[in-house]
Every structure is written in C-alpha cells, then in structure tokens.
Design a protein around this ligand. Structure first.
Ligand code: AMP
Length: 308
C-alpha cells in the first residue's frame, strides 16, 4: 500500500441541472477525489484551503473517512472558493456561471511533513503553479504523479500548465479540453500530442461515453455504465480521478495493465457520483454497492467470440 497526497479545491458549489437547482453545497475537486479514494482504505491526505465560512461538518466528513485534513488550511477571515455551473439538457456539457477564487487566490499549499514521502500524488484541478509547488515539497520522487486540470486554467495559465505537465506521469482530461490543449479533433492524435508534452499516460474522459487510456501505441477503453438517470455530473471527473489514484495507491502497481483496472474503478465510482446532487451519493456509498456495480461492469463489457 502506498501513501496518497491529494491536492485540489474544497469548495462551495451551486448547481443547476434540468432536474433542479441547489444552493451552496459541498463541492471541490479534492472533496470528490478524497471521498472516492477513501474506498480503498489507504493512507491519504488532502491539501487545500477554505475560508472561515466553511462548516466544520464538511471537514469532518473527510476526516471521518480517514482522509488526513491537517493540510487543509483554514483562513479565518477569508471566503471559501465558490463555483457555480449550469448543465445543458444532454448533461454532457455545462456552462460555468461563477468562479470566485477567494482564499484560493493567495493559496500556498503545505504538504504535511509525514506525507512528503508519499509514493502517489494526485494533483486535482487547481492553479498549475499551486500544483507544481506541491511537487516541490516532496522529499522523495513519487512513484506516480497524476494531474487533472480544466479549460479554465488553459485559458488563464497555459504556460504554467505546460510547466507542470512536464513533471507528471498521468494526465486526466476531458475530451473537449484535450482538443483545446492540442488543437486536434481526433482524440487519438490529441493523446499522442499530449504525450509529447510530458505525461506518458493520458486518460481522456468522455462523460457518459466512458474513458480512454493511452500509452505509446497502446489504447484501452472503458465505457461508462449506462444509467437510467443522471442527476448531476458535477464531480464525476474528480471522482474518477480519486478512484484511479486510490486503486493505484492501494496496489502500488503503476503498470499499464494495472492502470486499466484503475480506469474501471474510476468509472465505477463516477457512475455513483452522478446519481444525486453534489456529494450526496458518495457520502452514502457502501463497499458492497461498489462491488456489485463492478460485477455489472464486467457483464457489460465481457463477451465470448471465437476468432479461430
Ligand atoms: P468536475 O465536474 O469533475 O469537473 O469537477 C467539479 C468540481 O470542480 C466542483 O465541485 C468545483 O468546485 C470544482 N471546480 C470548478 N472550477 C474549478 C477551478 N477553476 N479550479 C478548481 N476547481 C474547480
């Protein structure tokens, strides 16, 4: 088992989907990643920042799941990062309505002393300079660094993003962002181009159409579980990343073969996250639910074909 460091936002979100609308609820990349990774019973720590307006019960939610929160700074007179988004009818695309960085603007992450030798580092969606500064604090070279990012950072900090990309092994990115980053429409060509930018493993998330894993000329595809109802896709990408990183940390195996399984775990956990608004479904998720859905996943993708 390896130690896992998670960096990302811990946030308030306000979400609109065709099914309804929420007030400010718990959100943030590190929150979703932490909730997903906690299913692997690993030694994990979250590094983030919140304001004095952030309820203690939300922090307790992570620590009750064995996520070390000593690296979550609380700025007493500051406000927590706030994001608001509205989904289109197809639920695969959304508009960002508000991004208030607040305490994130002057955030200097501090990795807790006892996690600076973590083997696995999950750089959740954040300013690429903040992501880089987490890597600077590691006292031993991590076995695997995974980076997640989004179009927001491509728009305002592209050079910094390129710098951090040179320092990571895996990138998880959605299809539109892969196209924006490379200027290529074909995801196969985009993934090849991204591999020349740093990460040797590229995961392209395609929402309800699953996820692709690329490494050199090898490619692996995991569908998303077809669900009757998708309530709120917010955090699906982060939940996927948390499942991926958590599984790698648990197994300590960073081979391509094992990453395929990590993609399946990521997709499975993400399929729960979208069933309710915000983090609600991930909060009630039991390991037997995960097990049963993995069986469903296996049935969905397995077939016997005689090719002789
Ligand atoms: P996802 O749906 O996986 O892309 O992630 C949604 C989460 O990302 C929400 O809970 C937001 O709080 C968080 N988020 C939105 N915009 C940003 C941003 N620019 N930087 C970091 N986190 C963000």
């Amino acid at each position: 088992m390896s130690k896992l460091v998670i960096v990302g936002t811990v946030a308030f979100d306000a979400i609109e989907t065709p099914f309804g609308k929420t007030d400010k609820i718990l959100g943030g990349a590190a929150t979703y990643i932490g909730l997903a990774a906690s299913h692997f019973n690993i030694d994990a720590a979250a590094v983030s920042v919140v304001g004095g307006d952030f309820p203690q019960k939300y922090l307790d939610l992570l620590s009750n799941r064995n996520i070390d929160i000593s690296g979550i700074e609380i700025v007493k007179d500051g406000k927590t990062f706030f994001w608001s988004g509205r989904y289109h009818n197809d639920m695969n695309s959304r508009d960002t309505l508000v991004t208030e960085l607040n305490t994130l603007e002057n955030f200097n992450p501090v990795v807790p002393e006892n996690y600076r030798d973590a083997e696995i580092v999950m750089l959740g969606n954040l300013h690429p300079i903040v992501q880089s500064s987490v890597l600077d604090q590691m006292v031993t070279k991590p076995k695997l660094v995974i980076l997640d990012t989004m179009n927001f950072w491509m728009d305002i900090a592209l050079n910094d993003l390129h710098n951090v990309m040179k320092r990571v092994d895996v990138i998880t990115i959605n299809d539109e962002e892969a196209r924006q980053l490379t200027g290529e429409y074909s995801l196969v060509v985009a993934a090849r181009k991204i591999q020349t930018m740093g990460p040797k493993y590229v995961v392209i998330k395609k929402g309800e159409h699953g996820a692709l894993l690329f490494h050199n000329d090898a490619m692996f595809y995991a569908p998303a579980l077809p669900l009757e109802e998708v309530f709120d896709p917010t955090g699906a990408g982060d939940t996927f990343a948390g499942g991926f990183a958590g599984y790698i940390a648990k197994t300590g195996d960073t081979s391509f073969e094992n990453m395929k399984k990590a993609v399946i775990y990521g997709s499975t956990l993400a399929s729960f996250s979208v069933e309710k608004f915000g983090t609600e479904r991930m909060e009630s998720l039991k390991s037997e639910d995960v097990h049963n859905r993995l069986l469903q996943f296996k049935q969905l993708t397995q077939f016997d074909i005689n090719l002789s």
